[in-house]
Design a protein around this ligand. Structure first.
Ligand code: FMN
Length: 184
């Protein structure tokens, strides 16, 4: 697919077929994240690739943060079932020490946003689906996966072949609302 077509048609996928992801495709996704630009090329990212079913099920449970989601009317994390269903979950982590801070802006989050967008676009290009799951219990995920305390867990990405047909048509605010020309 052309890059712009991938960008415009990618959607969050939360339901997956019972079909493994080939190692070549999984490696292509990891390489897509590795290729991302980062603050001073410091590459703060670290990834945990989880295939074990029992661990995926625990990650799925940990994506329901009741104190955050219940007051917003959610009885589950919308991606919860998908995390257990997908054959692979990529847990994206960052070492904040390996990025910059300027004017209070913590660039490790930016580095991770770029890397994980590469993951989501590459998945779409390869016929796979994924979703950025940013709501989860970070402390318990760290404990479950032996992630060191200085490392932040940024997102869970269930990856698999989509069991839902979603392409493009995302609701987005119009350009007139988000773009200023010459000055704000
Ligand atoms: C930082 C971030 C955190 C997100 N967290 C969740 C989440 O916890 N659960 C979920 O189902 N979707 C999550 N999403 C997916 C968004 O809901 C989704 O991207 C948005 O609704 C737009 O839909 P689209 O990705 O299909 O274009 C998250 C997305 C981002 C960028």
């Amino acid at each position: 697919m052309e890059l712009l077509e991938v960008i415009k048609t990618r959607r969050s996928i939360r339901s997956f077929l019972d079909k493994p992801v080939e190692d070549e495709k999984l490696n292509a996704l990891l390489e897509a994240m590795q290729a991302a630009p980062s603050w001073a090329n410091m590459q703060c990212w670290r990834f945990v690739v989880v295939k074990d079913k029992a661990t995926r099920e625990k990650l799925s449970d940990l994506s329901y943060v009741e104190s955050f989601l219940a007051p917003r009317g959610y009885k589950t994390n919308p991606a919860q079932d998908g995390i257990a269903q997908a054959p692979v979950v990529i847990v994206a982590c960052a070492d904040p020490e390996k990025s910059g801070i300027l004017w209070d802006q913590q660039y490790y989050m930016t580095d991770m946003g770029i890397a994980t967008q590469n993951l989501m676009l590459a998945a779409c290009d390869l016929g796979l689906g994924t979703v950025f799951v940013g709501v989860f219990d970070e402390i318990l995920v760290r404990e479950l996966l032996n992630i060191p305390p200085n490392i932040r867990v940024i997102g869970l990405f269930p990856v698999g072949y989509p069991a839902q047909d979603k392409k493009g048509g995302q609701k987005r605010n119009p350009l007139e609302e988000i773009v200023h020309y010459e000055k704000w």
